[in-house]
Design a protein around this ligand. Structure first.
Ligand SMILES: C[S@@+](CC[C@H](N)C(=O)[O-])C[C@H]1O[C@@H](n2cnc3c(N)ncnc32)[C@H](O)[C@@H]1O
Length: 223
């Protein structure tokens, strides 16, 4: 039970104070509880299968001390980093102040776990700004949108272009890793990363959703 007396097995939270709509929804399903994030009326993610969010976290070099995560979401990537890398400080750049607030309120257990960890910093900022103004990251893990072909925030288009990618590469410590989650393999992003030099590759993550097989892609660059 959360938030007092419940009359149906679902609940939602909504905010538009950052200039866009964000809704967090909770429901009971036959397989357990499900959290869902809807941004600008579009499905952003849910808690049904977090394998690609966890795969993103597992790409961080094991010796990482400073990791920047772009996009808090439901906290899977950040939580996994905190669980597996005891010496790492994890900074999460998040566009929605409401989502950071919900994390601190403890509405979603996975988000509460991140918000309560003293090694985690939840930073209300556009990750583009974070990439331009910070440096020396052992890993930068970006999962803020679906990829350049299907954007939830039009303003995120810049993240997949040469100048921001170059800023991200420059923000890495030597040997650091940049990894970018995409809903599918994106040749234009692969080409833009190759232009920057360094090792470039992609990791495919097959997932079954609603009876359909989907293959997410994580584009990587090692400085
Ligand atoms: C798909 S979710 C991230 C999922 C996350 N990897 C996880 O494990 O739950 C995308 C998140 O990125 C945030 N976001 C979108 N654009 C952003 C930006 N430009 N800067 C920072 N956060 C952004 C959204 O508000 C949302 O919380």
């Amino acid at each position: 039970m959360r938030g007092g007396i419940m009359f149906s097995m679902q609940q939602s939270w909504f905010d538009d104070s950052d200039g866009f709509d964000i809704a967090l929804r909770w429901r009971e399903s036959p397989d357990g509880e499900v959290f869902e994030l809807i941004v600008n009326g579009m499905f952003a993610m849910d808690s049904v299968d977090a394998s690609s969010e966890l795969e993103l976290a597992r790409l961080a070099p094991p010796a990482s001390r400073r990791v920047l995560v772009g996009g808090l979401g439901l906290g899977f990537t950040a939580g996994d980093l905190l669980d597996r890398l005891p010496d790492a400080a994890v900074t999460v750049a998040e566009l929605s102040s409401a989502l950071i607030g919900w994390a601190r309120e403890g509405i979603v257990p996975g988000l509460a776990r991140v918000a309560q960890d003293p090694r985690a910093t939840l930073w209300h900022v556009d990750v583009a700004e974070a990439l331009r103004t910070t440096s020396d990251w052992d890993a930068i893990l970006l999962d803020v949108d679906n990829g350049p072909g299907f954007l939830i925030h039009d303003s995120n288009a810049t993240l997949y272009g040469g100048s921001l990618l170059s800023a991200a590469r420059d923000a890495l410590a030597p040997g650091g890793l940049l990894a970018i989650w995409c809903e599918n393999a994106t040749p234009s992003l692969d080409a833009a990363l190759r232009e920057l030099g360094g090792d470039v590759w992609q990791v495919e993550v097959p997932v079954e959703r609603d009876g359909h097989q989907i293959t997410y892609a994580i584009h990587c660059l090692r400085r």
